[in-house]
Design a protein around this ligand. Structure first.
Ligand SMILES: [Zn+2]
Length: 211
């Protein structure tokens, strides 16, 4: 086609791996990016085919739709009482047990401290939520909060009875509060979590008082 319009032109073909580092190609990429950002030539200067409104890109449409769906799903989840369970699942997926063990060794944790973290992470722990499930407590309710199941998340993150301890020992001063997944998967937070459990004395029947 080009040959027909300009018979004198010389064309040479090159094979290039992945199109990268070729000056012409890079320039083309830059122009495409500029166009995508809204810097386009005046409409009347464009080839005829591009002067009309282009059809919407199917993949861009799909992507926008998926993003919106995810946002709505996240909102529904965060309002759901099952969020605690989701958070626990998230924390197991994000940091596999191998990673966890490696760091508890690095931090020089005692067996008692290690067990405490494992129990917090799995939810198999002496809090009413779990004890009730396995038939070892008469209620799943928190001792301090009527109508609230005493889950790990309730105990660590929300129970108002331990607000003072939470602020003093668990949360970092002047920084945003961490999520439960962050607290239980970030080695930097492990000692704060242990300290918090100890000072609340909520689990001292199981773990004893700190020594
Ligand atoms: Zn409570």
């Amino acid at each position: 086609m080009v040959k027909k319009a300009r018979p004198s032109i010389q064309l040479r073909g090159h094979w290039t791996p992945g199109h990268s580092g070729i000056t012409g190609n890079e320039l083309g990429d830059d122009e495409a990016k500029r166009a995508a950002a809204g810097y386009s030539s005046a409409r009347h200067k464009l080839p005829k085919a591009f002067q009309k409104q282009l059809p919407h890109s199917v993949s861009a449409r799909k992507q926008a739709y998926r993003k919106r769906t995810e946002e709505i799903a996240a909102q529904i989840w965060s309002a759901s009482p099952r969020i605690d369970r989701l958070a626990m699942r998230d924390l197991r997926m994000r940091r596999p047990a191998r990673f966890f063990h490696k760091h508890t060794i690095k931090l020089n944790l005692t067996r008692r401290q290690h067990n405490m973290l494992v129990q917090l992470r799995t939810g198999h722990i002496g809090l009413n939520g779990h004890l009730f499930k396995i038939g070892k407590a008469l209620t799943a309710e928190c001792l301090h909060c009527e109508g609230e199941t005493e889950t790990v998340a309730h105990f660590l993150m929300r129970c108002p009875a331990y607000e003072r301890e939470r602020r003093q020992f668990l949360q970092r001063r002047g920084r945003r509060p961490e999520t439960i997944a962050e607290l239980l998967t970030t080695p930097e937070a492990f000692k704060r979590v242990i300290r918090y459990v100890d000072v609340t004395k909520r689990l001292s029947a199981i773990f004893g008082d700190e020594t």
